[in-house]
Design a protein around this ligand. Structure first.
Ligand code: ZN
Length: 395
C-alpha cells in the first residue's frame, strides 16, 4: 500500500521512494506526493529519477504513475519531484473555488455546486442557478477581503454521524459508506467536505477574479475564475479594455454598463425600423417581364434574414424570378424562381465565381455571399443580366 504524503502535507513535493512495481508505463511507489486527481482537481505531473511522470491516477485502489518508456525496476530507490509550480497553482485554485463559492452563496443563498474543474489552464465552478454580475461583484469584494484577512484553511476528519456535519457543505451520497469525512474550513466563513489539496492561508491566493460566466445548459452557470498573478493580469487587461471601450463610446467607465445597454437598445430600435422599411419596399418591387416571365429584385440594407427569405418564397410561389441582395459588412444574396426556365443554383454559382463569392441551394431557391460589401450593386446587375439573357434565349 502506498503512503500518500499529500493527505497530510500538500507542500511536500520532493521525496525519496522505493519502486513497488512496474508494469510497462505504470509505476507504483511505496511513498508518493503525487496527487492522483479528485474533487475536480486534475492530477499532478513531475519526474521520477528524472523521468517524466505524464499522469497519476488510481487503478484498482492503487496510485499509478504513468512514466512512458521508463527503465525502472522493482526495488529501485528513486528521487521524485512533483511539478511544484503547477501543483501550487492547483492548490490555490482549489482553495479559491471554496472561497468563491461560499462568497457567491452569501449573495444567492439557495445556490449549490454541480461541478468543479481545477486545471492549470482553466478553473471554474458550475452552480445550479443564475448569478448576475452584481452578485459576482459583491462576492469578489467579500472573497478578496477574506484573502486580505489571511484566514486559516484547515482540514479536520469527521465521522458520518457527527451532528456538526449539519453546518458543512456536503454531498453525502458521493462519499462511500463507512468512510470518514474530510472537512475543509476557511476561517469561520466556510465548511465544506473535500478531500482535495488546499493552501494553508487565504493570503496565499493574493487575489481572486472572475473573468467569465457562461451557461452550462441544464447544469446551470459556469463561473470561471483566476487566482494569484493570473487573477491580477486578467483584472488589469479587462480594466484596460473597459477604459478603452468607455473612450470608444464616449462614456465614463463607471457609466459604461448603462451606456452600452442604451446603445444596444438604440440599435435594436433602428434595426426594427429598418426591417419594417425593407419589408414594405420588398413586397412592392418593380417588375421587368422577359419572354413572359416576371423578374423582380433589388439591393437592400441588411436586416433580419427571414424578411428576405419570406419575400423570395412569396415571389417564387407567384411564378416570378426574384433577386434579393442585401449589403451589410458583406453581401448576402437570395435567388428564387417560380419557373423551371431559371435554375437559381446555376445562375448564382456562375455569377458569384467572378466576385470570389460562394453560393448553393436548389434550382428554385439558392443563396450565397460575397465578402466585398461594395460589390452589392454590381452583383445585382450581373445577376439580373444573366437571368434576362437566359430567359431571352428560351423560346
Ligand atoms: Zn477542496
Amino acid at each position: 500500500m502506498t503512503e500518500e504524503i499529500f493527505r497530510r502535507d500538500g507542500y511536500a513535493f520532493e521525496f525519496e521512494s522505493n519502486v513497488l512495481s512496474v508494469e510497462a508505463d505504470e509505476v507504483e511507489l511505496d511513498i508518493t506526493a503525487f496527487y492522483p486527481g479528485g474533487g475536480g482537481q486534475v492530477c499532478d505531473t513531475g519526474t521520477i529519477r528524472g523521468l517524466e511522470v505524464k499522469e497519476t491516477y488510481y487503478k484498482a485502489g492503487k496510485i499509478v504513475h504513468k512514466v512512458p518508456g521508463n527503465d525502472l525496476r522493482k526495488g529501485d530507490v528513486v528521487w521524485c519531484s512533483v511539478d511544484w509550480d503547477r501543483r501550487y497553482d492547483l492548490m490555490m485554485g482549489h482553495t479559491g473555488e471554496h472561497l468563491l463559492f461560499c462568497s457567491l452563496r452569501k449573495q444567492v443563498p439557495e445556490l449549490s455546486v454541480n461541478k468543479i474543474f481545477i486545471s492549470p489552464e482553466s478553473k471554474y465552478v458550475v452552480v445550479d442557478g443564475e448569478v448576475s454580475w452584481e452578485d459576482i461583484r459583491s462576492a469578489l469584494v467579500f472573497a478578496n477581503q477574506a484573502i486580505r484577512d489571511n484566514l486559516p484553511v484547515t482540514k479536520t476528519i469527521m465521522s458520518r454521524d457527527d451532528p456538526e456535519l449539519e453546518k458543512v457543505r456536503i454531498k453525502k451520497e458521493r462519499i462511500p459508506e463507512g468512510e470518514d469525512i474530510s472537512v475543509v474550513s476557511i476561517g469561520d466563513i466556510d465548511l465544506s467536505a473535500c478531500s482535495g489539496l488546499h493552501v494553508m492561508e487565504t493570503g496565499e491566493l493574493e487575489m481572486i477574479f472572475v473573468d467569465r460566466k457562461v451557461s452550462a445548459g441544464k447544469d446551470g452557470t459556469a463561473v470561471h475564475f483566476k487566482v494569484g498573478n493570473a487573477a491580477k493580469d486578467a483584472a488589469m487587461l479587462m480594466a484596460n479594455a473597459c477604459l478603452e471601450a468607455s473612450d470608444a463610446i464616449e462614456s465614463k467607465p463607471e457609466d459604461l454598463v448603462r451606456a452600452v445597454s442604451n446603445l444596444k437598445n438604440g440599435s435594436e430600435t433602428l434595426r426594427k425600423t429598418a426591417g419594417r422599411f425593407v419589408r414594405k419596399r420588398i413586397m412592392d418591387l418593380p417588375t421587368q417581364t422577359v419572354n413572359g416571365v416576371d423578374v423582380v429584385g433589388g439591393v437592400f440594407p441588411a436586416v433580419d434574414r427571414n424578411v428576405f427569405a419570406d419575400a423570395a418564397e412569396m415571389y417564387k410561389s407567384s411564378g416570378k424570378v426574384c433577386i434579393l441582395v442585401s449589403a451589410g459588412d458583406s453581401v448576402s444574396i437570395i435567388l428564387s424562381s417560380g419557373t423551371e426556365r431559371i435554375d437559381c443554383r446555376d445562375v448564382l454559382s456562375k455569377v458569384l465565381a467572378d466576385f470570389g463569392g460562394r453560393g448553393g441551394g436548389k434550382p428554385d431557391f439558392a443563396q450565397g455571399g460575397i465578402a466585398d460589401a461594395d460589390a452589392a450593386d454590381e452583383a445585382f446587375f450581373r445577376l439580373r443580366e444573366e437571368i434576362v439573357q437566359r430567359l431571352q434565349l428560351i423560346k
